[in-house]
Design a protein around this ligand. Structure first.
Ligand code: SF4
Length: 354
């Protein structure tokens, strides 16, 4: 590194922290710049939630979770089903299972999160990003925190020509160089805020950016060209069928297997579709099946077109496993988004004609 680079990198941090002191977003899991660090439980919970969706979507979930389970000990003692239901709509249910596993590991270890990045990394489900974010934000440790926002900002600041994901090691090295020794937590959050509010994926507001003087992409007149994207691969398109089995104002719901897609969640019975194969198309029982229509859903690695079939039955227990759920309270079943769409479609058809 040249001496002039050191000055440049120090300058990045000083300018950005000055901007953050004025423009930091007010978020329920945050401390204001200069205040004592926030509760590690709240930082960890928010970071796990934020890996999947936007701040606006996370805020109500975060409030509900911290109201129901104000501490990591409360979450550790929570009923699995209640946590899974509260998570519905946040995506990636494996993370909710890891959330519980991590809370229980922390509770068993005395109830305090460890304060180093390395020790945090040993907890169940804590990846490199979350460990670095919690170490920096909750404990003030110098840690290099790189999320999608930071990737974008760094790619633009240095006009990195290499496409993602191959550019990630270079982005990390550059993020490391510009991360200051002091106020590493504020710096991480400042980078996140800059990426979320100024250096946005589309139409970045370079005119309002504190780093525009140092930004190579801005100087080149092409900020939106970074980060350079890899060529797109088409996602596999899968098909499947879900079954709305109705009796006396109730619908039969099953609990999905603990591992795999939407594991542990309540759902409509289906024909066994997965990321790797289409559903078998077999109905689970003999009945007068009527087609309600089709819903589509895009998962990370594939898209699914799900036919929805409806039937009324007289049997008290139509399938070996499951439970009757009152249709008028279907919104409270905690169905994952795919099955909530299927349920809405089935309900929208009105009474099943027998
Ligand atoms: Fe992003 Fe523009 Fe700021 Fe560069 S100048 S960091 S492209 S907002």
């Amino acid at each position: 590194m040249r001496a002039s680079d050191v000055t440049l990198y120090d300058d990045f941090a000083a300018v950005l922290l000055g901007w953050y002191d004025v423009h930091a977003r007010d978020l329920p899991w945050r401390a204001r710049p200069g205040d004592p660090p926030p509760d590690p439980y709240r930082v960890w919970l928010s970071e796990v939630m934020l890996q999947q969706t936007t701040v606006a979507a996370v805020v109500p979930y975060f409030r509900r979770f911290t109201h129901a389970w104000p501490s990591v000990a409360d979450l550790a003692a929570a009923d699995d089903g209640e946590v899974m239901a509260a998570w519905a709509g946040l995506g990636y249910y494996a993370r909710a299972r890891n959330l519980l596993a991590c809370a229980r590991a922390v509770a068993e270890g005395g109830g305090a999160f460890p304060d180093s990045e390395g020790a945090l990394r040993q907890l169940p489900g804590l990846g490199a990003y979350t460990a670095a974010a919690v170490a920096a934000i909750a404990f003030g440790q110098r840690a290099v925190v790189v999320d999608a926002n930071v990737e974008r900002v760094v790619s633009r600041l240095f006009a990195l020509a290499q496409p993602l994901p191959g550019a990630r090691p270079a982005i990390r090295r550059l993020a490391d160089r510009i991360t200051p020794e002091a106020r590493a937590g504020d710096f991480a959050q400042a980078m996140m805020d800059l990426g979320a509010t100024v250096c946005t994926a589309r139409s970045p507001r370079c005119g309002a950016c504190p780093l525009s003087r140092q930004c190579a992409a801005f100087a080149a007149g092409s900020p939106e060209a970074f980060p350079v994207k890899p060529a797109r691969k088409a996602k596999p398109a899968r098909t499947g069928t879900a079954f709305w089995i109705e009796h006396d104002g109730a619908v039969w719901l099953v609990r999905r297997a603990g591992r795999g897609m939407l594991g542990g969640m309540r759902a409509l019975p289906d024909d066994g579709w997965s990321a790797r194969c289409d559903g078998a198309g077999m109905v689970p029982l003999a009945a007068d099946w009527q087609r309600a229509g089709q819903v589509s859903h895009v998962f990370t690695h594939f898209s699914l077109a799900l036919d929805v079939l409806r039937a009324k039955v007289t049997a008290a227990q139509p399938l070996a496993e499951g439970e009757w759920w009152p249709i008028e309270r279907i919104e409270e079943a905690g169905l994952p988004t795919l099955f909530a769409k299927a349920a809405r479609l089935a309900c929208a058809q009105g009474d099943i004609v027998t």
